[in-house]
Design a protein around this ligand. Structure first.
Ligand SMILES: Nc1ncnc2c1ncn2[C@@H]1O[C@H](COP(=O)(O)OP(=O)(O)OP(=O)(O)O)[C@@H](O)[C@H]1O
Length: 493
């Protein structure tokens, strides 16, 4: 046994985030950890990596009692983690990021020996079969390259347990495959892996055993080969029934029309599409295709160089977020921490952020109304929180994502631009989000849906528009459409 916890407990504000957890991970095994949003998975990871201290209980490492009071102690044991929200310093190069927290190699005891450091990193990269330009700042790396940098960083020291927390959240299928190959290599080397995700397919593909958390408690640990997806979901969730969404047949007037849009940075080169009332349009492309950037241009985050956007028949001159919001278009964006939430504010303040002028009368904010509206959204979206005044960053990742959604819904948008709206949310919430988007469409609104998960796109949308290399391409009606057809469209020249 590599790691064992005994009756581990952690409370926040008197509420158990983890209660009496007896958790185990064997040497060389890949263990999946699953549970609904807020079940306690990240809290366990934070305790194992020395970010949080435990309230009671103990940890055994290699059979001996271990003290983990800070991240260094955890790393010294051989525990490394790759987080959902990748932890790289954007302005630092690959090599600087990899050496974060490690001692720099020195020349003659004083000058930094960059050549030797690079050589060490390259040895690890060769071993893992990855290749990345180490001189580039992290800000310019793609999501999978950032993940690779983190894995290389983990492997620079002796890593006995690698924890991967939602590692494929913003990776395309192809990029995920690259990651799975690396996981396979690590497994062969005997590294234990704790794999945390809401994506059931990955859990079943990669793991030897699965541990299920529910409401801060460990429900069970089972052999992956002996269970199926339904069984696992029923252990995690009360009364969950998988429902197939119906796509719409008929659409109303054009709500959003985009013609030959190009971004100033030339990532979006030539994009055109139309969305009608009642329609969910999926835009699918491989990593780097420009799908996120396209939504950002339409919404007004990213400067445009040319093209035309028409919303409900009226041209939008220069797109800006304020203008889009005023005219009934919202963006639910991929970058939860960076763009969608204000970390220093509480749940309520975030929910009402873009509709704040509704609550101000002659300079006085009607806080009661703010709270009751925020509570309405908390209820509707089943956001797990102590209440509207809880700091938003104290919520679990999936519940933060629901706050992003709540904020968008507050403005009663006619057009919803959604970029990875269900990332990091659990199976049940994911279905709720899909149903909600369909309901919004049925009420006469238009939805643009971007996800790196092609299966999800095919489950949700009426039409699929392919995007590659900054340009929109083939358009498909989602009627018997297969993943192969869509992918063929992505790779075609
Ligand atoms: N610093 C904190 N202060 C207060 N409450 C917290 C804090 N960190 C976590 N919690 C609470 O502990 C509970 C468990 O959260 P945790 O982040 O561990 O869930 P999770 O299983 O990782 O969820 P997700 O799948 O959404 O990431 C949640 O109710 C969360 O709000």
């Amino acid at each position: 046994m590599l790691l064992q916890t005994k009756k581990l407990c952690k409370q926040f504000g008197g509420i158990y985030a983890l209660k009496d957890i007896d958790f185990e991970i064997m040497e060389g095994e890949t263990l999946g950890l699953v549970g609904e949003n807020g079940a306690g998975k990240s809290t366990l990871i934070k305790i194992l990596t020395g970010v949080y201290s435990l309230d009671s209980g103990g940890i055994l490492w290699d059979g001996k009692a271990a003290e983990i009071h800070n991240p260094c102690q955890s790393r010294d044991l051989g525990i490394n983690v790759i987080h959902q929200d990748r932890n790289l310093i954007p302005a630092f190069s690959g090599i600087e990021n990899i050496y974060l927290g490690l001692e720099y190699e020195k020349k003659a005891g004083i000058a930094v020996n960059w050549a030797k450091m690079k050589q060490r990193v390259e040895e690890v990269m060769t071993d893992l079969g990855v290749s990345i330009d180490l001189e580039l700042p992290a800000a310019l790396l793609t999501p999978p390259q950032k993940t690779m940098i983190e894995i290389v960083r983990a492997m620079m020291t002796q890593c006995k347990l690698l924890i991967l927390d939602e590692p494929t959240a913003s990776l395309t299928d192809r990029e995920s495959e690259m990651l799975f190959e690396i996981i396979g290599k690590l497994k062969k080397k005997g590294t234990s892996i704790l794999y945390v995700t809401h994506r059931m397919d990955e859990i079943f593909r990669l793991t030897d055993r699965i541990t299920v958390f529910k409401n801060g408690q460990l429900v069970n640990t089972v052999e992956t080969a002996e269970v199926n997806k339904e069984k696992i979901i029923s252990m995690m969730t009360d009364n969950w029934v998988s429902e197939k969404l119906k796509t719409a047949g008929e659409f109303g007037e054009v709500l959003l029309n985009v013609e030959h849009l190009a971004s100033k940075d030339n990532i979006v080169k030539d994009a055109s599409f139309t969305v009608h009332a009642g329609e969910i349009l999926g835009i699918f492309g491989l990593g780097g295709s420009g799908r996120t950037e396209l939504l950002e241009c339409v919404y007004g985050y990213r400067p445009v160089a040319g093209g035309k956007i028409t919303l409900e028949g009226a041209p939008i001159g220069k797109p800006s977020p304020a203008n889009s919001l005023r005219k009934g278009m919202v963006l639910i964006c991929e970058d939860r921490r960076g763009k969608a939430l204000v970390g220093s504010l509480n749940v309520k303040q975030n929910i009402v952020l873009s509709t704040i002028d509704r609550y101000a009368h002659f300079g006085v904010v009607d806080e009661k109304k703010e709270i009751s509206d925020a509570e309405g959204q908390i209820d509707k979206l089943n956001i797990k929180t102590e209440g509207p005044k809880q700091p938003v960053l104290q919520l679990s990742g999936g519940n933060q994502q629901k706050v992003v959604f709540a904020k968008a819904l507050m403005s009663n948008p006619k057009v919803l631009l959604c970029d990875e709206p269900s990332q990091a949310v659990d199976v049940k919430t994911r279905q709720e989000i899909h149903k909600l988007l369909r309901r919004k469409a049925e009420e006469g609104n238009a939805v643009v849906f971007v996800s790196s998960d092609l299966k999800e796109v095919l489950e949700v949308v009426d039409h699929v528009l392919i995007m590659a290399n900054g340009k929109t391409r083939e358009f498909f009606v989602n009627d018997g459409l297969t993943a192969e057809q869509v992918l063929a469209g992505c790779y075609a020249d």
